[in-house]
Write a protein that binds this ligand. Structure first.
Ligand code: PMP
Length: 391
């Protein structure tokens, strides 16, 4: 059998549906303007919320770590792969998040896989928002726990599920802190209140809230003043923090348990020294000043208001993630392509990542966008929006 025929048939189908993607290859550039095929393009789709990827202190830390430790860690964490900078990073993260302990993984994706599969057993139930990230869905699939999905942010449904699952040993309510496709914020105070009433555990994935929400970007738990009431906080080091990695922040016993059971932690080589040192420097930058976070929110709120004034549908956005809802997948991808011709990159996001009729271009505003950058983006969006009859 020629297995490639099967793959080709899938690919043809995606092309017919307008869902086929070619990866763009970006050449060197700054935080906000990047080169693509020799052209300068305004980047409006990066998760580099604070612009830390180019921060001088982070670059210096990475270079110094390479000089001191070399480019690789040589092993998994439990053999020779825990360097003092990994240890310091975890202490710094725990202090930043206000938790007893933190444990670093190689990515946010594997953090969810490791944490969910470690804490959930066959007698437990996991209760998950329908719009939670793919890594949460995959993490849940790795467990033998019963699964319940509640409609997006629907607290009545969540309560009904909590009521009907009381026979389970442990109930874990899982939510994104900020939802990555819509840019809306989870109703964490309501979730915590229900969890407390029904003796459930709260697990929040702050991938898009780390460095964004809360004082100095401490995350959604801090944003809502819920310190001490959220059991498990997940964060990523790959977005606002500027490098790559993920972490679990919570109790020391949770950390010790994960060290013994979380398979991506146990069986995959630790973060490179440069990455660990970069993340450590990033957390220190965040702890020292809230200026970047303030700038991020000023930019995001101003830009979202302007889009709405022009007549765009920005969905449920209330964070720097700002979708423009278009609907049809093919039309969405054409809109994104036209914007690129005008010099702005905004990723088109279509089925199956979002519902078939909810295609959107997703704009992400960062602290590094200047007033001129944002005005340029708005001009291009208005021009292309008129062509597509959106405004
Ligand atoms: N959780 C959420 C909610 C995310 O949006 C992402 C990133 N797409 C991840 C986890 C994975 O994080 P990372 O990119 O660090 O693997």
């Amino acid at each position: 059998m020629n297995y490639l025929n099967d793959l080709a048939a899938d690919i043809e189908g995606w092309k017919r549906d307008g869902r086929y993607r070619t990866m763009k290859v970006w050449e060197s550039g700054s935080d906000t303007w990047m080169n693509l095929n020799g052209r300068k393009i305004l980047q409006m789709s990066s998760n580099n919320y604070l612009g830390l990827t180019h921060h001088p202190k982070l670059k210096e830390a990475a270079i110094a770590a390479i000089e001191k430790y070399g480019v690789g860690s040589g092993s998994v964490r439990t053999i020779t792969g825990t360097l003092d900078i990994h240890d310091q990073l975890e202490l710094e993260l725990a202090a930043f998040k206000g938790t007893e302990a933190a444990l670093v993984f190689q990515s946010g994706f594997t953090t969810n896989q490791g944490a969910l599969s470690s804490i959930l057993g066959a007698d437990d139930v996991v209760i998950s928002d329908e719009l939670n990230h793919a890594s949460i869905i995959d993490g849940i699939r790795l467990t033998k726990a019963a699964r319940k999905i509640f409609a997006h942010k629907d607290m009545n449904q969540l309560e009904a599920v909590l009521k009907e699952t009381q026979k389970h040993r442990k109930r874990v309510v899982v939510t994104d802190g900020v939802f990555s496709m819509d840019g809306d914020i989870a109703p964490l105070p309501d979730i915590v209140q229900l969890a407390e009433a029904y003796d459930a555990i709260v697990y929040v994935d702050d991938a898009h809230a780390s460095g964004v929400l809360g004082k100095n970007g401490k995350g959604s738990t801090d944003h809502f003043g819920l310190n001490g009431r959220v059991h498990i906080q997940i964060g990523t080091l790959s977005k606002a923090i500027g490098a790559v990695g993920g972490y679990v922040a919570g109790a020391q016993l949770l950390k010790e348990h994960l060290i013994h059971t979380a398979r991506p932690f146990l069986f995959s080589t630790s973060q490179t020294p440069a990455v660990a040192a970069t993340c450590l420097a990033a957390i220190q930058v965040l702890r020292e000043s809230s200026d970047l976070v303030t700038k991020l929110w000023d930019n995001a709120n101003g830009f979202r208001s302007e889009l709405q004034r022009l007549g765009f549908d920005t969905g449920a956005s209330e964070t720097p993630i700002i979708p423009i809802i278009i609907g049809d997948p093919a039309q969405t991808m054409r809109f994104s392509d036209r914007l690129l011709e005008e010099g702005v990159f905004a990723q088109g996001i279509v089925y199956p990542t979002v519902a078939m009729d909810k295609g959107r271009v997703r704009l992400i505003v960062t602290a590094q966008h200047t007033k001129e950058d944002l005005a340029f983006a708005l001009n291009c969006l208005q021009k292309v929006g008129r062509e597509f009859g959106l405004v």
